[in-house]
Design a protein around this ligand. Structure first.
Ligand SMILES: Nc1ncnc2c1ncn2[C@@H]1O[C@H](COP(=O)(O)OP(=O)(O)OP(=O)(O)O)[C@@H](O)[C@H]1O
Ligand SMILES: [Mg+2]
Length: 262
Protein backbone atom coordinates (compact mmCIF):
# COMPACT_ATOMS: atom_id res chain seq x y z
CA UNK A 1 0.00 0.00 0.00
CA UNK A 2 1.50 3.30 -1.08
CA UNK A 3 0.15 6.44 0.55
CA UNK A 4 1.14 10.02 -0.22
CA UNK A 5 0.29 12.91 2.08
CA UNK A 6 -0.21 16.36 0.61
CA UNK A 7 -1.78 19.69 1.50
CA UNK A 8 -1.04 23.34 2.15
CA UNK A 9 2.01 24.33 4.21
CA UNK A 10 1.76 23.75 7.94
CA UNK A 11 -1.54 21.85 7.93
CA UNK A 12 -0.06 18.75 9.58
CA UNK A 13 1.22 16.51 6.75
CA UNK A 14 4.33 15.45 8.64
CA UNK A 15 2.39 14.88 11.85
CA UNK A 16 -0.07 12.60 10.03
CA UNK A 17 2.71 10.78 8.15
CA UNK A 18 4.50 10.01 11.42
CA UNK A 19 1.32 8.86 13.18
CA UNK A 20 0.27 6.53 10.38
CA UNK A 21 3.78 5.21 9.79
CA UNK A 22 4.25 4.25 13.43
CA UNK A 23 0.78 2.75 13.63
CA UNK A 24 1.37 0.42 10.65
CA UNK A 25 4.81 -0.52 11.97
CA UNK A 26 3.38 -1.39 15.38
CA UNK A 27 0.77 -3.49 13.58
CA UNK A 28 3.65 -5.57 12.25
CA UNK A 29 3.97 -4.22 8.74
CA UNK A 30 7.21 -3.16 7.08
CA UNK A 31 6.99 0.59 6.70
CA UNK A 32 9.06 2.80 4.45
CA UNK A 33 8.59 6.47 5.30
CA UNK A 34 9.87 8.86 2.67
CA UNK A 35 10.44 12.51 3.48
CA UNK A 36 10.01 14.42 0.23
CA UNK A 37 10.37 17.86 1.78
CA UNK A 38 13.64 19.62 0.88
CA UNK A 39 13.83 20.73 4.52
CA UNK A 40 13.06 17.36 6.07
CA UNK A 41 11.48 16.91 9.48
CA UNK A 42 9.77 13.54 9.41
CA UNK A 43 12.65 11.95 11.33
CA UNK A 44 11.94 14.27 14.25
CA UNK A 45 8.20 13.61 14.14
CA UNK A 46 8.89 9.87 14.25
CA UNK A 47 11.19 10.34 17.22
CA UNK A 48 14.36 9.06 15.55
CA UNK A 49 17.30 9.51 17.90
CA UNK A 50 19.63 12.37 17.00
CA UNK A 51 22.67 10.13 16.47
CA UNK A 52 20.79 8.19 13.80
CA UNK A 53 19.44 11.30 12.15
CA UNK A 54 22.91 12.74 11.76
CA UNK A 55 23.92 9.67 9.73
CA UNK A 56 21.20 10.13 7.16
CA UNK A 57 22.05 11.58 3.78
CA UNK A 58 19.33 12.46 1.31
CA UNK A 59 18.94 10.50 -1.87
CA UNK A 60 19.48 13.69 -3.86
CA UNK A 61 23.09 13.44 -2.76
CA UNK A 62 23.30 10.19 -4.65
CA UNK A 63 23.85 11.94 -7.98
CA UNK A 64 27.05 10.08 -8.70
CA UNK A 65 25.49 6.78 -7.72
CA UNK A 66 22.40 7.38 -9.84
CA UNK A 67 24.64 8.07 -12.81
CA UNK A 68 26.74 5.00 -12.13
CA UNK A 69 23.69 2.72 -11.81
CA UNK A 70 21.40 4.10 -14.50
CA UNK A 71 24.01 5.27 -16.95
CA UNK A 72 22.68 8.82 -17.06
CA UNK A 73 23.08 12.00 -15.06
CA UNK A 74 20.12 12.98 -12.85
CA UNK A 75 18.18 15.83 -14.40
CA UNK A 76 18.58 14.57 -17.93
CA UNK A 77 15.70 13.22 -19.97
CA UNK A 78 15.44 11.69 -23.35
CA UNK A 79 18.72 9.79 -23.31
CA UNK A 80 19.22 6.10 -22.71
CA UNK A 81 19.39 4.76 -19.19
CA UNK A 82 18.47 1.58 -17.43
CA UNK A 83 14.99 1.41 -15.92
CA UNK A 84 15.93 -1.24 -13.38
CA UNK A 85 19.19 -0.14 -11.83
CA UNK A 86 20.82 -2.13 -9.06
CA UNK A 87 19.51 -0.88 -5.71
CA UNK A 88 20.00 -3.71 -3.23
CA UNK A 89 22.83 -1.97 -1.35
CA UNK A 90 21.10 1.42 -1.16
CA UNK A 91 18.76 0.93 1.83
CA UNK A 92 21.68 0.24 4.13
CA UNK A 93 23.60 3.23 2.88
CA UNK A 94 20.87 5.81 2.59
CA UNK A 95 18.19 5.02 5.13
CA UNK A 96 17.80 4.59 8.87
CA UNK A 97 15.40 2.40 10.81
CA UNK A 98 13.75 2.96 14.16
CA UNK A 99 10.90 1.01 15.79
CA UNK A 100 9.96 -0.74 12.57
CA UNK A 101 9.94 2.35 10.36
CA UNK A 102 12.60 2.73 7.70
CA UNK A 103 13.18 6.34 6.73
CA UNK A 104 14.55 7.76 3.54
CA UNK A 105 15.04 11.45 2.77
CA UNK A 106 14.58 12.41 -0.84
CA UNK A 107 16.17 15.84 -0.64
CA UNK A 108 15.34 17.74 -3.77
CA UNK A 109 14.43 14.81 -6.01
CA UNK A 110 11.30 16.02 -7.74
CA UNK A 111 8.30 13.79 -8.35
CA UNK A 112 6.64 16.63 -10.23
CA UNK A 113 8.01 16.74 -13.71
CA UNK A 114 5.81 16.27 -16.72
CA UNK A 115 5.56 12.54 -16.61
CA UNK A 116 9.31 12.54 -16.54
CA UNK A 117 10.87 9.16 -16.79
CA UNK A 118 14.22 10.45 -15.70
CA UNK A 119 17.13 8.56 -14.14
CA UNK A 120 16.29 9.66 -10.59
CA UNK A 121 12.66 8.62 -10.77
CA UNK A 122 13.66 5.26 -12.30
CA UNK A 123 16.03 4.84 -9.38
CA UNK A 124 13.41 5.74 -6.77
CA UNK A 125 10.78 3.55 -8.31
CA UNK A 126 13.10 0.56 -8.43
CA UNK A 127 14.16 1.26 -4.87
CA UNK A 128 10.57 1.43 -3.60
CA UNK A 129 9.71 -1.79 -5.39
CA UNK A 130 12.76 -3.43 -3.90
CA UNK A 131 11.87 -2.31 -0.38
CA UNK A 132 8.14 -2.96 -0.62
CA UNK A 133 7.93 -6.39 -2.06
CA UNK A 134 5.12 -7.80 0.10
CA UNK A 135 1.48 -6.89 -0.30
CA UNK A 136 1.24 -5.73 3.32
CA UNK A 137 4.24 -3.40 3.15
CA UNK A 138 3.46 0.28 3.46
CA UNK A 139 5.01 3.32 1.80
CA UNK A 140 4.25 6.70 3.35
CA UNK A 141 5.34 9.67 1.32
CA UNK A 142 5.37 12.99 3.19
CA UNK A 143 5.12 15.47 0.35
CA UNK A 144 6.31 19.00 -0.10
CA UNK A 145 3.62 21.61 0.65
CA UNK A 146 1.42 22.92 -2.12
CA UNK A 147 0.63 21.65 -5.57
CA UNK A 148 3.73 22.29 -7.68
CA UNK A 149 5.25 18.97 -6.76
CA UNK A 150 2.29 16.94 -7.78
CA UNK A 151 3.27 15.90 -11.24
CA UNK A 152 2.62 12.86 -13.35
CA UNK A 153 5.50 10.98 -11.82
CA UNK A 154 3.67 10.86 -8.47
CA UNK A 155 0.90 8.75 -10.04
CA UNK A 156 3.37 5.90 -10.39
CA UNK A 157 4.24 6.08 -6.74
CA UNK A 158 0.93 6.01 -4.90
CA UNK A 159 -2.35 4.11 -4.41
CA UNK A 160 -3.91 6.74 -2.17
CA UNK A 161 -3.30 10.42 -1.63
CA UNK A 162 -4.37 11.96 1.67
CA UNK A 163 -5.04 15.66 1.44
CA UNK A 164 -4.70 17.29 4.85
CA UNK A 165 -6.81 20.37 5.57
CA UNK A 166 -7.38 22.67 8.50
CA UNK A 167 -10.86 24.07 9.03
CA UNK A 168 -10.00 27.16 6.98
CA UNK A 169 -11.08 28.24 3.52
CA UNK A 170 -7.48 28.65 2.45
CA UNK A 171 -6.46 25.10 3.12
CA UNK A 172 -9.63 23.87 1.44
CA UNK A 173 -8.66 26.00 -1.56
CA UNK A 174 -5.37 24.13 -1.81
CA UNK A 175 -7.25 20.84 -1.49
CA UNK A 176 -9.48 21.84 -4.41
CA UNK A 177 -6.38 22.61 -6.50
CA UNK A 178 -4.90 19.24 -5.57
CA UNK A 179 -8.10 17.53 -6.61
CA UNK A 180 -8.09 19.26 -9.98
CA UNK A 181 -4.47 18.33 -10.59
CA UNK A 182 -5.09 14.76 -9.51
CA UNK A 183 -7.93 14.51 -12.02
CA UNK A 184 -5.73 15.96 -14.75
CA UNK A 185 -2.94 13.46 -14.18
CA UNK A 186 -5.20 10.45 -13.59
CA UNK A 187 -4.44 9.99 -9.92
CA UNK A 188 -7.32 8.35 -8.10
CA UNK A 189 -7.80 7.41 -4.46
CA UNK A 190 -7.92 10.89 -2.95
CA UNK A 191 -9.01 11.27 0.70
CA UNK A 192 -9.47 14.33 2.84
CA UNK A 193 -8.12 14.41 6.41
CA UNK A 194 -9.23 17.25 8.66
CA UNK A 195 -6.61 18.38 11.19
CA UNK A 196 -6.61 20.82 14.11
CA UNK A 197 -10.33 20.33 14.55
CA UNK A 198 -11.35 22.07 17.78
CA UNK A 199 -15.06 21.42 17.99
CA UNK A 200 -18.23 20.30 16.27
CA UNK A 201 -18.44 23.58 14.34
CA UNK A 202 -14.98 22.97 12.81
CA UNK A 203 -15.96 19.43 11.86
CA UNK A 204 -19.18 20.66 10.30
CA UNK A 205 -17.37 23.37 8.38
CA UNK A 206 -15.06 20.74 6.89
CA UNK A 207 -17.73 18.23 6.01
CA UNK A 208 -19.93 20.92 4.45
CA UNK A 209 -17.11 22.47 2.44
CA UNK A 210 -15.24 19.34 1.31
CA UNK A 211 -14.12 19.93 -2.27
CA UNK A 212 -15.63 16.69 -3.54
CA UNK A 213 -13.07 14.47 -1.84
CA UNK A 214 -14.32 11.75 0.53
CA UNK A 215 -13.48 12.42 4.15
CA UNK A 216 -11.27 9.82 5.82
CA UNK A 217 -11.44 11.35 9.29
CA UNK A 218 -10.30 14.09 11.65
CA UNK A 219 -7.40 14.76 13.99
CA UNK A 220 -8.31 16.98 16.93
CA UNK A 221 -6.47 20.19 17.77
CA UNK A 222 -4.35 19.42 20.80
CA UNK A 223 -1.77 21.68 22.42
CA UNK A 224 0.19 18.60 23.44
CA UNK A 225 1.33 18.32 19.81
CA UNK A 226 3.49 21.43 20.24
CA UNK A 227 4.66 20.19 23.61
CA UNK A 228 5.74 16.89 22.06
CA UNK A 229 7.68 18.86 19.48
CA UNK A 230 9.45 20.94 22.12
CA UNK A 231 10.37 17.83 24.09
CA UNK A 232 11.51 15.94 21.00
CA UNK A 233 8.90 13.23 21.62
CA UNK A 234 6.96 11.46 18.87
CA UNK A 235 3.35 12.67 18.72
CA UNK A 236 2.36 9.02 18.42
CA UNK A 237 3.71 8.33 21.92
CA UNK A 238 2.89 11.61 23.54
CA UNK A 239 -0.59 12.60 22.34
CA UNK A 240 -3.20 9.85 22.79
CA UNK A 241 -6.01 11.85 21.14
CA UNK A 242 -4.09 12.11 17.87
CA UNK A 243 -2.84 8.58 18.02
CA UNK A 244 -6.35 7.17 18.42
CA UNK A 245 -7.80 9.26 15.60
CA UNK A 246 -4.92 8.30 13.31
CA UNK A 247 -5.41 4.62 14.14
CA UNK A 248 -9.04 4.79 13.04
CA UNK A 249 -8.04 6.40 9.77
CA UNK A 250 -5.21 3.97 9.14
CA UNK A 251 -7.54 1.01 9.66
CA UNK A 252 -10.22 2.50 7.48
CA UNK A 253 -7.73 3.13 4.70
CA UNK A 254 -6.63 -0.51 4.73
CA UNK A 255 -10.26 -1.59 4.42
CA UNK A 256 -11.04 0.87 1.64
CA UNK A 257 -7.94 0.11 -0.41
CA UNK A 258 -8.36 -3.62 0.19
CA UNK A 259 -12.00 -3.49 -0.96
CA UNK A 260 -11.07 -1.47 -4.03
CA UNK A 261 -8.28 -3.83 -5.09
CA UNK A 262 -10.36 -6.99 -4.83
N1 LIG B 1 -3.67 18.37 15.69
C1 LIG B 1 -2.83 19.35 15.99
N2 LIG B 1 -3.01 20.13 17.07
C2 LIG B 1 -2.17 21.14 17.36
N3 LIG B 1 -1.08 21.44 16.64
C3 LIG B 1 -0.83 20.70 15.56
C4 LIG B 1 -1.68 19.62 15.17
N4 LIG B 1 -1.16 19.05 14.04
C5 LIG B 1 -0.04 19.75 13.74
N5 LIG B 1 0.17 20.75 14.63
C6 LIG B 1 1.27 21.73 14.62
O1 LIG B 1 1.22 22.43 13.39
C7 LIG B 1 2.52 22.66 12.89
C8 LIG B 1 2.67 22.07 11.49
O2 LIG B 1 2.57 20.66 11.55
P1 LIG B 1 3.34 19.74 10.51
O3 LIG B 1 4.78 20.05 10.52
O4 LIG B 1 2.90 18.35 10.74
O5 LIG B 1 2.71 20.31 9.16
P2 LIG B 1 3.21 20.14 7.67
O6 LIG B 1 1.99 20.21 6.82
O7 LIG B 1 4.05 18.94 7.53
O8 LIG B 1 4.09 21.45 7.49
P3 LIG B 1 5.08 21.80 6.27
O9 LIG B 1 4.19 22.27 5.15
O10 LIG B 1 5.94 22.86 6.83
O11 LIG B 1 5.82 20.53 5.92
C9 LIG B 1 3.49 22.06 13.89
O12 LIG B 1 3.93 23.08 14.73
C10 LIG B 1 2.64 21.06 14.65
O13 LIG B 1 3.11 20.91 15.95
MG1 LIG C 1 5.99 18.70 6.73
Amino acid sequence: MKIAISGKGGVGKTTLAALMGQFYADAGRDVLAVDADPSPCLAGALGFPEEQRSQLSPIAEMDALIEERTGAKPGTTGGFFTLNPRVDDIPERFSISHRGVRLLEMGSVDLGGSGCICPESAMLKTLFMHLLFRKDDVLILDMYAGVEHLGRASVDFVDAMLVVVEPTRRSLGTAAQIKKLANDIGLSGLWLVGNKVRNEADAEFLSAATPGIPLLGYLPADLMVQEADRLGEAVYDYVPSLRESAEDMANRLVEEIGARDE
